[in-house]
Ligand binder design. Sequence first.
Ligand SMILES: CC(C)(COP(=O)(O)OP(=O)(O)OC[C@H]1O[C@@H](n2cnc3c(N)ncnc32)[C@H](O)[C@@H]1OP(=O)(O)O)[C@@H](O)C(=O)NCCC(=O)NCCS
Length: 202
Amino acid sequence: MPQPILRTDRLLLVPLADRHLGLEIQLDSDPEVLRYICGRARSRDEVIASHAQRMALAGKVEALGYWVAFGSDGGARGSRPPASEDDGEFIGLMMLPPAHGPDQPDDPTVTDLGYRVVRRHWQKGLASEASRALLRHAFDTVGQSRVIAQTMAVNTGSRRVMESIGMRYVRTYVPRGDAPLPGADVEYEMTREMWEARRDAC
Ligand SMILES: CC(C)(COP(=O)(O)OP(=O)(O)OC[C@H]1O[C@@H](n2cnc3c(N)ncnc32)[C@H](O)[C@@H]1OP(=O)(O)O)[C@@H](O)C(=O)NCCC(=O)NCCS
């Protein structure tokens, strides 16, 4: 099964492809967006390298990967998803690859949720809305056992998204990546049992 196009109330989520590289470069040119990720803007060459890594990781587990979010009317409350990406405005990059990296389990049934929203679209509920759609995709379509999300402990906005979509805090740890920013990271999770309990409660 290829990665599907997903829709939420306000967003069209399109599987990341090479034609989206310019949008990734635009997103990562804002140092505020990357403040808690690498602490500075990324160069074009760095984004080209991370795009290649994303495309490689996306193919590893069927239907998991990265999605580019597009909205209408700036993603305002009450707006509708655009009919196509050409009609839409770039909102951000949503991430749902298989777990990977030194601080994540080597388990293809575990998925790593992440998000990066263009700064002018922050605080409109868009990361939470897209994340809920990705949780549904991970559990109901792909059949994953667990979704985790990791961020710097001081990244309040990211933690609030995790909490608002129902994930639970798991641990605080010192990250082992290549050149981690100073400070601890936190991990949240949603297990299949948690997901099913939430769905049954609705
Ligand atoms: C983190 C980020 C994705 C949040 O996106 P967003 O679309 O603004 O998030 P939402 O609007 O869905 O907010 C969800 C909740 O978090 C709160 N929130 C969002 N940003 C916040 C911030 N900076 N400080 C405090 N609370 C914040 C919202 O008020 C909302 O709270 P509620 O559920 O009580 O209503 C966005 O700030 C971003 O792209 N940051 C840079 C990239 C990044 O750090 N990504 C995470 C790395 S792991």
